[in-house]
Write a protein that binds this ligand. Structure first.
Ligand code: PAF
Length: 281
């Protein structure tokens, strides 16, 4: 496994690959969720590149950029063991050279949900992902369904900018008690960690109602909201039942299905989770 930082090193290694290339973009502090993306990339591509970059422009002024967990030696050991070919660990100076002034901005699908709560977040995400795409030039790029809106936004950007890249979406990886895997879970103390299971429990309750025929979006959201509100350590920021592709809020779930998603504070830690209900994707 090669680890590179600069663009010339990246390009030289990329040029040496002969078959298909899969990219797994990450911000490091890898867990089993990231490793499942790597496994999928290895199953579908001849070469796998993982990028590790804690992207400052997708963090808001009040967010946890400095506190964001980092452990590069451990990440590299995991990636070596997973059989990754190339790891790209650019510095902020490589990604945002002095005088940087070019941004990639996706419009409608970035406005609701996370985009509404975290102004500027998706401008940072799409700009960095576009730069990772142009740097690595992968055939396929692998993202987790945990960041459901990010997946919709990146698919839109990929279509709009004609990137010749297939976006592969991998299922959410969960702890045995249902908590969606996230680097941010490490911030939770034991009581908060226990309380955080309410996210997946509330989604399961809403899905059970959906499977029993409930199609009223407000009622599905209310099931989630009531369970979160009943958990003293949790504070609901939003719950949404939206069209899975356009992300517009639904009144009734039809044959396209729905993205049922939420953001919840447990202590100071902001957690997100979602289920796709029905639909074909
Ligand atoms: O999902 C993430 O970890 C980040 O948003 C990404 C895609 C690596 C861009 O910084």
């Amino acid at each position: 496994m090669q680890t590179v930082t600069t663009l010339p090193e990246l390009w030289a290694n990329r040029k040496a690959f002969s078959g298909t290339v899969g990219l797994v973009p990450t911000m490091g502090f890898l867990h089993a969720g990231h490793l499942s993306l790597v496994r999928q990339a290895k199953a579908e591509c001849d070469h796998v590149v993982v990028s590790i970059f804690v992207n400052p422009t997708q963090f808001g002024p009040s967010e946890d950029l400095d506190a964001y967990p980092r452990d590069l030696p451990h990440d590299l050991a995991l990636l070596e063991e997973a059989g990754v070919d190339l790891v790209w660990t650019p510095t902020p100076e490589v990604m945002y050279p002095q005088g940087f002034q070019t941004w990639v901005e996706v419009e409608e699908v970035t406005r609701p949900l996370e985009g509404g709560m975290r102004p500027g977040h998706f401008r940072g995400v799409t700009t960095i992902v576009a730069k990772l795409f142009t740097g690595v030039q992968p055939d396929k790029a692998f993202f987790g369904q945990k960041d459901a809106q990010q997946v919709v936004v990146i698919k839109q950007m990929t279509r709009d900018l004609n990137f010749p890249i297939k976006i592969v979406v991998c299922p959410i990886r969960r702890e045995p008690d249902g908590l969606a895997m996230s680097s941010r879970n490490t911030y939770l103390d034991p009581a908060q960690r226990e309380a955080a299971t309410v996210l997946s429990r509330s989604l399961i309750a809403a899905r059970t109602a959906f499977e029993s025929g409930e199609r009223d979006a407000d009622k599905l959201c209310a099931i989630v909201a009531e369970m979160i509100t009943a958990e003293p350590l949790a504070e609901l920021q939003y719950v949404s039942c939206a069209h899975p592709q356009t992300l517009t809020e639904l009144e009734t779930v039809d044959e396209d299905g729905a993205l049922l998603s939420m953001a919840v504070y447990v202590g100071k830690t902001r957690l997100i989770d979602n289920f796709l209900l029905g639909g074909t994707e």
